[in-house]
Design a protein around this ligand. Structure first.
Ligand code: HEC
Length: 115
């Protein structure tokens, strides 16, 4: 957990660093969260959009232990979730939105900064 990765410019938090996402760029991820309209269904700090309430608020997602109730919250699982939620949780109301794995990696890096 103490790996010196994924340093964020301007992160003044004294707590532990965000979970590192190898190759993920949080700044790009924030822009992608806007482009894919993730905030239509989620409240996501720092992301433009309607801050919808259909999905869970992501305000402290970087501290969450689980994704969608029971999936372990790890960078690998989170990227797979963003690409195709029903593939790893059949019946979930979150749709696959045509996100590429590279875009999901950047979005994961941003989501882990939310704590
Ligand atoms: C149509 C509404 C909708 C859109 C658009 C949407 N989501 Fe979701 N999302 C949901 C719902 C509903 C859940 C809860 C799923 C479940 O528990 O099965 C969820 C769950 C999640 C979770 C897990 C949150 C938690 O606390 O367990 C993450 C992370 C997430 N979404 C990220 C995204 C990202 C990134 C995008 C944009 C690419 C996005 N979502 C777009 C509806 C949406």
């Amino acid at each position: 957990m103490a790996l010196p990765l994924a340093l964020l410019a301007g992160c003044g938090d004294d707590g532990p660093m965000p979970i590192p996402v190898p190759g993920g760029h949080a700044g790009a991820g924030r822009a992608l969260l806007e482009r894919y309209h993730c905030a239509a269904c989620h409240s996501i700090p720092g992301v433009e959009g309607q801050q919808g309430r259909i999905g869970p608020a992501l305000d402290t997602f970087g501290r969450a232990s689980y994704i969608a109730g029971h999936l372990p919250n790890s960078p690998d699982v989170l990227q797979r979730w963003i690409v195709d939620p029903p593939a790893i949780k059949p019946g979930t109301p979150m749709p696959a939105m045509g996100v590429s794995p590279a875009d999901a990696r950047d979005m994961a890096a941003y989501l882990y900064t939310l704590r």
